[in-house]
Design a protein around this ligand. Structure first.
Ligand code: PGA
Length: 250
């Protein structure tokens, strides 16, 4: 069992509109959970981000962005920069999420620039890596993950700055086909080992992909799984609250 409270990051993706985001947030706050026992972070849509931040300011709940742009300001229609998000009170940002990579065509090079921008702005990046089903079938999981880490981090001066990695196998995201916890643990160990090349301090590695209240404890019981990144089940009051209650009550 870990000494530190596990990271529980709720990635609301584009599931919730503004009103739905605020309703769910207030349901979570209203539960008066013992938030000392989790390191809860909420990643709402950009639309709801400033209101969510206002509502949790001064509490134990952190706010994250789902994406950042690297140039601080300028003629970049449609973008919101890491620097602007930092000013809005954002503490974390998801970088290289598979939906950004595979739906929006984000490249490894973009991921690298976004990582650099987060460090520069003072946001903790949550670098998402993971293999596709094809990679896995072809025995290329380790190759894919090491390459994503290298492309994202090589040449960056991270020093003492905080960085989080999320292992999110693509075949497990939104599919209900969660990765076996022991298999995930092995991958997490590999990631931690690989991260020693880039960062001198230890890096928390979270698991993401079809995490539910039913399976969450089996991940958190593993030595190298310091938390979870939850999509679908973080977006409905019943499942989000039952996840938190399960983790806190464990
Ligand atoms: P999921 O998504 O929990 O819906 O599988 C996880 C993620 O994409 O972060």
């Amino acid at each position: 069992m870990h000494m530190q409270a596990p990271y529980v990051f709720f990635n609301w993706k584009m599931y919730l509109n503004f009103a739905e985001s605020m309703i769910l947030l207030h349901e979570i706050i209203g539960e008066r959970l013992d938030l000392e026992k989790v390191h809860l972070g909420i990643f709402p849509s950009t639309l709801a981000l400033t209101e969510v931040e206002k509502a949790v300011r001064g509490s134990a709940i952190a706010v994250g962005a789902q994406n950042v742009y690297w140039t601080p300001k300028g003629a970049y229609t449609g973008a919101v920069s890491a620097h602007m998000l930092k000013e809005a009170g954002v503490q974390y940002a998801l970088i290289g999420h598979s939906e950004s990579r595979y739906v929006f065509g984000e490249s490894n090079d973009d991921v690298h620039k976004k990582m650099e921008a987060c460090f520069d702005a003072g946001i903790t990046p949550v670098l998402c890596v993971g293999e596709t089903a094809e990679d896995r079938a072809a025995g290329k999981r380790e190759y894919r993950i090491k390459k994503e880490l290298m492309k994202a981090l090589e040449g960056l001066e991270i020093g003492e700055k905080e960085v989080v990695v999320a292992y999110e196998p693509l075949w497990a995201i939104g599919t209900g086909e969660a990765c076996d916890p022991l298999e995930a643990e092995e991958v997490h160990r590999m990631i931690k080992d690989e991260m020693k090349q880039y960062v001198a301090h230890s890096v928390p590695v979270l698991y993401g992909g079809s995490v539910t209240a039913k399976n969450v404890v089996s991940y958190l019981a593993q030595d190298s799984i310091e938390g979870v990144l939850v999509g679908g089940d973080s977006t409905k009051p019943e499942t989000a609250l039952s996840l938190l209650q399960t983790i806190i009550g464990r």
